[in-house]
Design a protein around this ligand. Structure first.
Ligand SMILES: Cc1ncc(COP(=O)(O)O)c(C=O)c1O
Length: 429
């Protein structure tokens, strides 16, 4: 059968994230993306409120990153990383050592965020193998989200996440009650009781604790109190458990700090980064750990770290990441994120008074609107496109994570569209 229209072919043959081939939600065809604007195939321009899921922090088609990619392609687009290294991987890793806390100095380059979490889990397990200790369990948080591959899914909240389906298939781990105290709320120690109980009871079995720092993303866009994270670090130290911090969504300035763990004034033992690492241009992530952990991994019977994907350290992705870090080192992001936050406080926070709105959460360049009713995603998505904006809600959440370069009037338009969307009853189930 010859399917003539691209949109029909896409609908019938192609899976999109969390989509059904049988009854897919509509997809919009983007033919160009530039700065903060997406151009659809019908010529309509949309202001982007998503940064392609927190990746495109400098907007699209950034000339500096594009140039870096072009220069790299002229030299080589890919070369195997086994037995071979190359200047872009070395320079990128030098930069990663520089921008992360001092003890983090051994880097594993990965293909995606989920793989970076897989690698962090493997690192923790192999570390304990290297110490001849039988530690196979992880402690994560309720509402956590760490990716879609199997080990990553096993540390996602088994009840409240999109991975509920896989509950009977995944390795069972421990989940502490999620922090309730919001970022700006008065800290209450009872928030930490359940975590304390679990780490105290099970620490001898625990390979690591894994957390999203300050912002729990896909599990509910929850923004929690830094005191919780600080205590997580303290109790990992007290009970000798490794701490994996998953900065895949929060890293590179999104929360107002370069890394969100800085709010708690702590350092991880293993750090996962991804998404914005290449400014949203290429898929690349990294897992970074300490010399002591890296050395201990090599003490295990395997003698080496047991992972090595085909496209590890892809030179084009490394070149894009280097230029992304160069742009961030110019430090414009600090004011850009501050200005976005200011505008969120001015125009988004008052939405709290709307009867449809359960909560507003703001931190850095993240603005979250939680509604009482579940959102009709297809209807609201269409509504947003008609308004000329790209915002992708889920569950009861509409969230704005625009590129840092967004202009004031563009952000205002995003917020105004959210207000209109909330007031339109058919947008809710
Ligand atoms: C905190 C966190 N960890 C891991 C991942 C998985 O990253 P990826 O989608 O690149 O596999 C995500 C993706 O949204 C994330 O938000």
């Amino acid at each position: 059968m010859l399917i003539k229209k691209d949109s029909d072919f896409d609908r019938i043959h192609i899976w999109h994230p969390y989509s059904s081939i049988k009854q897919p939600l509509p997809c919009y065809q983007v033919v160009k993306a530039e700065g903060c604007k997406l151009k659809l195939n019908n010529g309509k321009m949309l202001i982007d409120g998503m940064s392609s899921w927190l990746a495109a922090i400098h907007g699209y088609n950034n000339p500096r990153i594009n140039l870096a990619i072009k220069k790299q392609i002229k030299k080589m687009s890919h070369i195997m990383f086994g037995g071979i290294t190359h200047p872009s991987a070395i320079l990128l890793c030098r930069k990663l050592v520089d921008i992360t806390p001092l003890p983090l100095e051994c880097i594993f380059l990965c293909d995606s965020g989920s793989v970076s979490v897989e690698v962090s889990i493997k690192m923790a397990l192999q570390y304990w193998l290297g110490r001849n200790e039988n530690r196979k369990k992880f402690l994560a948080l309720q509402y956590s989200y760490h990716g879609d591959t199997f080990a990553a899914m096993s540390v996602c909240d088994p009840n409240n996440s999109m991975h509920k389906l896989w509950k009977g298939y995944l390795t069972k781990h421990y989940f502490a009650k999620a922090p309730k105290c919001g970022f700006y709320e008065r800290w209450m120690i009872k928030d930490f009781n359940n975590f304390y109980y679990l780490i105290k009871t099970h620490h001898k079995k625990l390979a690591a604790v894994i957390v999203e720092p300050i912002v729990q993303g896909a599990g509910g866009m929850r923004i929690y109190n830094p005191r919780y994270l600080k205590l997580v670090r303290e109790y990992c130290n007290l009970y000798g458990v490794l701490l994996i911090i998953d900065e895949i969504a929060t890293g590179f300035g999104r929360t107002g700090k370069f890394f969100a763990f800085e709010y708690a004034d702590i350092e991880p033992d293993i750090l996962c980064i991804g998404k914005a690492l290449t400014g949203g241009t290429m898929t690349l992530a990294a897992t970074i750990t300490t010399r002591e952990i890296a050395n201990t991994i090599s003490n295990s019977s395997a003698n080496c770290f047991m992972h090595g994907p085909t496209f590890m350290g892809n030179p084009i992705a490394c070149a894009a990441a280097i230029e992304n870090l160069n742009i961030l080192q110019d430090n414009y992001w600090i004011n850009q994120v501050k200005n976005i936050e200011k505008q969120f406080f001015k125009y988004l926070l008052p939405l709290k008074n709307l009867q449809q709105v359960a909560d507003i959460r703001i931190l850095g360049a993240i603005g979250v609107i939680e509604t009482y009713k579940a959102i009709n995603i297809a209807t609201m998505q269409k509504f947003f496109v008609e308004q000329g904006v790209w915002i992708r809600p889920f569950g009861k959440l509409i969230y704005l994570v625009p590129p840092y370069i967004i202009k004031q009037n563009e952000l205002k338009k995003l917020i105004e569209s959210v207000i209109l969307a909330i007031e339109y009853p058919l947008n809710f189930i």
